[in-house]
Design a protein around this ligand. Structure first.
Ligand code: URP
Ligand code: ZN
Ligand code: ZN
Ligand code: ZN
Length: 484
């Protein structure tokens, strides 16, 4: 059996760091310990050996706003690996009236080209008996998390009634509910008003989605999830108002997780005031970038544990696609890239600044989401038996981020010019060396679908609590006779 030994590094997990070698055979970790011998050696001297990054939020080849996001499963997962991310979780988006199983098959047809492993969230983009019925088969097919868009009115948005029904069903099936939390009705009103007043540029995208829009929806989703008895994962938490709602919910014992994006942690709203239209439009995404106070709040959330996972929401559009919105900001396809740079940007702005420990870095880039999505310890762990999805991170290795040398298919990078440190010396995808110091040698089609099981323990606990506290008729001793 071919054996690879990652030698002389420091293993870093979400719990602890220690010096050890790691043996990899047949795609899994088979031994961890000192002075391992026999097999091909990858030198990890001076490096951290960590679970590969898991990006819980990508949109590869996503049909959206009249076009498709430019990175598909081929270029997107190649970009992911080059930056140390060894797994992505993408969103299946059923069309209006389309069945969930049918839509999942469409995603399977696209993802066959993936370089790294992947899983799916299912989006609930419309509501009806067919959706309710097929949710069970969706869970059986290994897709146990269901996303609800509270924004994009007239397209992907679901209303409260639909969300409550769906949340209850997800809870009963042992899944996790996800929300894009922005009040879509208010966004639609503000957008129309801004356009009518002549505010047509990309900066108006940010004006149309103030923090209150996100804070309101986050609070609403948390309360609806609580009433439905379902654990809730809030994607792309960008502001203090939303973070405050999540923090408060967690303090009150609710099972709620928040996901800041690396973009919101490191880029701010001034990007939208750039005199170059293309520069600003390339950064249009929902929610928009915020000011420094909001950024500080997100960092504090990662430090204190009130926010759990750092994602990218990678949804990359070319400059030509962004120009669909010249003269009308509401037609600029929403989304930015980041898959390739998430780990190095978080290491540089998080660990190298002392905001995060290396163990916390592992937790928020890999282990926490593996646990939330019930795929730990197969993913997100450096343990015997775990998939050998590993990054050997060299804290001394640096570069200047530039679109000219990226894997992503788009023609710019929102982090252009950033000096980063903490790059992979090696990246392994199920034991295969996929990256060596920036050189990508991964294989198209190597990636596999990772099915996930329902009924994580959180759901069992919630169901038990719901049952114990369910409304019951009071047993009375004296009941007056009817009509007396
Ligand atoms: O602007 C964004 N975030 N585009 C991708 C779709 C979504 O809302 O997640
Ligand atoms: Zn109803
Ligand atoms: Zn979203
Ligand atoms: Zn998204």
């Amino acid at each position: 059996m071919a054996s690879t030994i990652i030698r002389n590094g420091t293993v870093v997990t979400a719990d602890l760091s220690y010096k050890a070698d790691v043996r990899v055979e047949n795609g899994v970790i088979t031994e961890i310990g000192p002075n391992l011998a026999g097999g091909e050696v990858l030198d990890a001297t001076g490096c951290y050996v960590m679970p590969g990054g898991i990006d819980p939020h990508t949109h590869l080849e996503m049909p959206f706003m009249g076009t498709y996001s430019a990175d598909d499963f081929e270029s997107g997962t190649r970009a992911a690996l080059s930056g140390g991310t060894t797994m992505v979780v993408d969103f299946v988006l059923p069309g209006q009236g389309q069945g969930l199983i049918d839509a999942a098959q469409m995603w399977h047809n696209k993802s066959g080209r993936a370089h790294c492993d992947y899983s799916y969230h299912m989006a609930v983009t419309w509501w009806g008996q067919k959706v309710w019925d097929e949710m069970e088969d969706t869970v059986k097919a290994g897709i146990t998390s269901f996303k609800h868009f509270m924004a994009y009115k007239g397209a992907l948005m679901v209303n409260d009634d639909e969300m409550f029904h769906s949340f209850r069903r997800v809870g009963d099936l042992g899944g996790v509910a996800l929300v894009h939390a922005e009040n879509g009705d208010v966004v639609a009103e503000l957008t129309a008003k801004l356009l009518a007043e002549g505010n047509t540029g990309p900066e108006a995208h940010a004006y149309s989605r103030p923090p209150a829009v996100e804070g309101e929806a986050t609070n609403r989703a948390i309360m609806i999830a609580d009433m439905a008895g379902v654990p809730l994962y809030v994607v792309h938490t960008s502001c203090e108002e939303a973070h405050e709602a999540i923090r408060r919910a967690r303090q009150a014992g609710k099972r709620v997780w928040g996901e800041p994006l690396i973009q919101h942690l490191t880029l701010d709203e001034s990007e939208y005031f750039h005199p170059d239209w293309d520069h600003a439009a390339r950064r249009v995404m929902s929610p928009p970038f915020r000011n420094k106070q909001h950024q500080d709040s997100l960092w504090a959330g990662l430090q204190s544990g009130s926010l759990s996972c750092v994602a990218t929401d990678h949804c990359a559009f070319t400059t030509a696609q962004k120009r669909f919105g010249v003269g009308n900001f509401s037609k600029i396809p929403n989304g930015t890239g980041g898959l390739e740079d998430r780990l190095s940007m978080l290491w540089t702005h998080g660990v190298a600044t002392g905001r995060l420990t290396p163990e916390e870095f592992v937790a928020v880039t890999s282990t926490n989401i593996a646990k939330i999505l019930n795929m730990y310890p197969r993913k997100g762990a450096v343990l015997v038996g775990a998939d050998a999805d590993l990054v050997v991170l060299d804290p001394a290795l640096g570069k200047t981020i530039t679109a000219a040398r990226q894997q992503s298919a788009i023609d710019y990078n929102v982090f252009e010019g950033q000096e980063v440190k903490g790059l992979p010396r090696y990246v392994l995808s199920r034991g295969q060396v996929a990256v060596t110091e920036g050189k990508v040698t991964s294989r198209e089609g190597h990636g596999r679908f990772v099915p996930r099981e329902a009924r994580p323990s959180v759901n069992r606990a919630l169901a038990k609590w719901k049952d114990l506290t369910a409304p019951r008729p009071v047993v009375r001793t004296g009941i007056p006779a009817t009509g007396v």
